[in-house]
Ligand binder design. Structure first.
Ligand code: SAM
Length: 373
């Protein structure tokens, strides 16, 4: 294993698809600090060569915590009856997006719990249309880029939102292992349906993001290897993945122990590095959940090859109600405070913010290879 770092560098530049499984397995299995540092450095170098040193920003607007789904791991799951539910008004959503545009964030993410009723579908269309109209400027002639993260929907709904102006969609597969997926969700939430949604989104022309939970009790290294190959085969344009963090109202079934914080942090960072080395051109987020494990978690994510950050833009009165997991950071900071803090944190990593740009990655084709399983 001593020469993993060298092979990591060379394999990243020669891209041998048949060896991808072995390649990413060796990255995830690395435990020696010197091996890990060499992998990190190779991932960072690959990022700088393929995507440059700018960090792309997507202002995160968590516009509703109402949810019809019941994912076992999620704090806003339907059966959490202790949570006060909210939906932002159209004006609040558009105001938050306009603030992002004025800050130079070229893109926003509209995220919420899952609903599929006609009123909700219309509301999201209206929000997208209004954000586009309001954020057009000389610097952003087509308004901010809009990513939706609103779960599984019908093809018609995805098409309507695309027509309204959203051009990216983030839908995590959560785990590419059908068995683990089934343990994480109630029986009516199906793996095949999630994969079908990703393919539909891709065929409609969206830039498609996916991702997984890392460090779920019972998850194996091979599961994570399969996740990376899934990202490759589904033709992901972006990846947003993060550590699993418990929530007391969302207890996972089973009695497998939870890996400690250091282990989940390193696994997440190694997954970021492996993704960057396997898929050099795509956008990878350093997600907020990393910051829960350690205060500089997102900065570490950037150093391991991530190039996207999603600064908080949810109005503070709602932010504390969008609690997917325990320990959500920056609950009481204003969006303005978050922006100042972020600018400093990014510059301290020797990186710069990409301002007034959508910050898309090169488009990944829908792979001709079959998605595993
Ligand atoms: N309902 C939509 C969906 O499923 O895509 C969007 C919102 S969902 C709350 C956003 C993401 O939060 C999920 O994809 C999930 O991975 C993440 N999440 C939920 N609970 C979590 C937890 N306990 N730890 C870490 N991430 C979690």
């Amino acid at each position: 294993m001593n020469n993993v770092p060298d092979s990591a560098v060379s394999a990243a530049t020669t891209a041998r698809p048949n060896h991808d499984r072995e390649f990413v397995h060796r990255i995830l299995a690395a435990r020696q600090p010197s091996e890990i540092e060499a992998i990190r450095s190779a991932a960072e170098q690959t990022l700088l060569e393929h995507c440059g040193d700018s960090v792309r920003l997507r202002g995160l607007i968590e516009f509703s915590n109402r949810c019809v789904s019941d994912c076992h791991y999620c704090g806003i799951r339907r059966s959490n009856r202790t949570l006060k539910r909210y939906t932002l008004t159209l004006d609040e959503i558009v105001g938050a997006a306009l603030w992002c545009a004025q800050k130079g964030y070229g893109s926003v993410v509209l995220q919420s719990g899952e609903r599929r009723d006609a009123r909700f579908v219309r509301f999201v269309s209206e929000a997208v249309t209004a954000i586009k109209a309001t954020t057009r400027s000389e610097k952003l002639p087509q308004g901010v880029g809009i990513t939706l993260c609103v779960g599984e929907q019908t093809p018609e709904t995805y098409a309507a939102w695309f027509a309204a102006g959203a051009h990216r969609y983030l839908l995590r597969i959560e785990s590419s292992s059908p068995a683990l997926f089934a343990r994480l969700h109630p029986v009516n939430q199906r793996y095949a349906s999630r994969v079908g949604c990703l393919k539909t989104l891709k065929s409609l022309g969206y830039r498609v993001g996916t991702g997984v939970l890392i460090g779920v009790p019972g998850q194996t290294l091979d599961d994570l290897v399969d996740d990376l190959l899934f990202f490759r085969d589904i033709g992901a344009d972006m990846i947003g993945m993060g550590p699993y963090i418990p929530h007391e109202q969302a207890v996972l079934p089973g009695s497998e122990p939870l890996a400690d914080t250091a282990m989940r942090l390193q696994l997440t960072l190694s997954m970021i590095a492996a993704t960057r080395l396997l898929l050099p051109d795509i956008n990878i987020a350093a997600t907020t959940a990393l910051q829960v494990l350690t205060p500089d978690g997102r900065e570490q994510g950037l150093r391991y090859g991530a190039n996207v950050i999603m600064p908080q833009a949810t109005p503070p009165h709602a932010r504390h109600l969008y609690t997917l997991y325990e320990g959500k950071p920056c609950l009481h900071d204003s969006a303005e405070q978050c922006a100042g803090c972020l600018d400093r944190r990014i510059r301290e990593q020797g990186r710069k913010m990409l301002k007034d740009s959508w910050g898309d990655s090169a488009l990944s084709p829908l792979s001709v290879r079959a998605v595993p399983r």
